[in-house]
Design a protein around this ligand. Structure first.
Ligand code: ATP
Ligand code: MN
Ligand code: MN
Length: 360
């Protein structure tokens, strides 16, 4: 038996919203493996397994040092049997055999390629795979009917699968600001999503729009989109969107929103040999009334797992319901108003975690 001073034991909360998770990940060898299995589970409609892998990966992201032996993990929460098996494999062999075989599987490869198309989710990709479509060429040749978003997604496939940089996000931010202020002066635009958490790249750029006078924001989204569309011939404009500009239906929230594709003109030094002077970028726009703004900012800043854990904490530990719109206290049977994220954390009895430490 080993002397117990040999291993450093970590003490970590089981809720990601009680942990400070920066972008400084000491265990990316392990979290990459678990994230890939999470992604594969999500793409295969196995949400429970997906969450289990995500929670295990998030726990490892929060550890202050690199894990080199299984004994360091003793007593830690969030690590299920399956995740521990994967971790052990990576620690002992450098790679996980399950991850390697998943990566090489025909089905996983096809799901990745097909869901890489804007507007194509796991369900559609799965149907295509069952019809023998595994790649873009087979999709193009298949004669499948694509909706407008999917057509644009296919057309701009390479651009949209190229990570967005912070500089590009800032340039998009200026366009959005200009559009919003042209149609409703006094409006405010906030950067949310991964860039607000300090990420240097992202798969899209997320913005939340509001106006200090409650009600003024109603109907804003279609106007913003119309303004952007009217700029079609200019350097920067709007190309296409999923769901149309004002469709408020979502199982997650009821804001006016627009999951869109922007045309962003490259700066001189970014121009490539292909002489293409612009590129397509995914942009998410969401409009919130000022009374719900703090909840919307919190809900759209992420990470996705951090959000899920906040809601789990609220429900299980506080008998409250948290959404991107509001916080409801089921014990007092009333809504709790807030004008800042700090207030929301305080209602939840949680220490405030700034965006840069929500990278769970
Ligand atoms: P990336 O760099 O890959 O874009 P991200 O953290 O910005 O990473 P997004 O998918 O852009 O990821 O999501 C940002 C946040 O918006 C997430 O935390 C999620 O909670 C929220 N969000 C995304 N889609 C929806 C939706 N349909 N309804 C409500 N909230 C959503
Ligand atoms: Mn994002
Ligand atoms: Mn987004």
């Amino acid at each position: 038996s080993r002397p117990f001073t040999e291993v450093a034991l970590f003490s970590v909360s089981s809720y990601a919203c009680q942990r400070r998770t920066t972008l400084d990940n000491h265990n990316s060898n392990l979290t990459d493996a678990l994230s890939l299995l999470a992604e594969n589970a999500e793409l295969s409609n196995e949400d429970g397994r997906g969450v289990a892998f995500r929670r295990a990966a998030a726990l490892l992201k929060a550890l202050p040092t690199q894990v080199i032996s299984m004994s360091q993990l003793r007593g830690l929460p969030c690590l299920g049997e399956h995740s521990l098996r994967v971790i052990k494999d990576v620690l002992e062999n450098g790679v996980s055999s399950e991850v390697e075989s998943t990566k090489q599987s025909k089905r996983y490869k096809a799901l990745k390629i097909l869901t890489g198309i804007f507007g194509v989710g796991a369900k559609t990709a799965d149907r295509w795979i069952r019809e023998g479509i595994y790649n873009l060429e087979q999709l193009r040749d298949s004669g499948q009917t694509l909706n407008r978003a999917q057509k644009a997604g296919l057309e701009h496939y390479d651009d949209l699968n190229e990570p967005v940089t912070k500089a590009e996000a800032d340039a998009i931010g200026e366009i959005v600001q200009k559009a919003v202020n042209s149609v409703l002066p006094g409006s405010e635009v906030a950067l949310t999503g991964g860039f607000r958490r300090g990420k240097l790249t992202g798969h899209d750029v997320d913005f939340l729009i509001t106006h200090p006078e409650e009600g003024k924001e109603v109907g804003l989204m279609p106007k913003v989109v119309a303004w952007l569309e009217s700029q079609k011939t200019t350097r920067n404009s709007y190309l296409e969107s999923k769901d149309g500009p004002a469709r408020p239906a979502s199982n997650m929230d009821r804001f006016e929103r627009c999951f869109s594709i922007f045309k962003l003109t490259k700066r001189k030094e970014q121009e490539t040999a292909s002489h293409k002077i612009w590129r397509a970028v995914r942009v998410d726009l969401v409009v919130s009334p000022i009374s719900q703004f703090a909840f919307a900012v919190l809900g759209w800043t992420g990470s996705k797992l951090f959000e899920r854990e906040l809601r789990r904490w609220a429900g299980h530990e506080k008998n409250m319901s948290l959404s991107s719109h509001a916080l409801f206290d089921n014990t007092q049977n009333k809504y709790l108003r807030a004008t800042s994220e700090e207030e929301i954390f305080a209602y939840l009895g949680l220490e405030y975690i700034p965006p840069s430490e929500r990278n769970a």
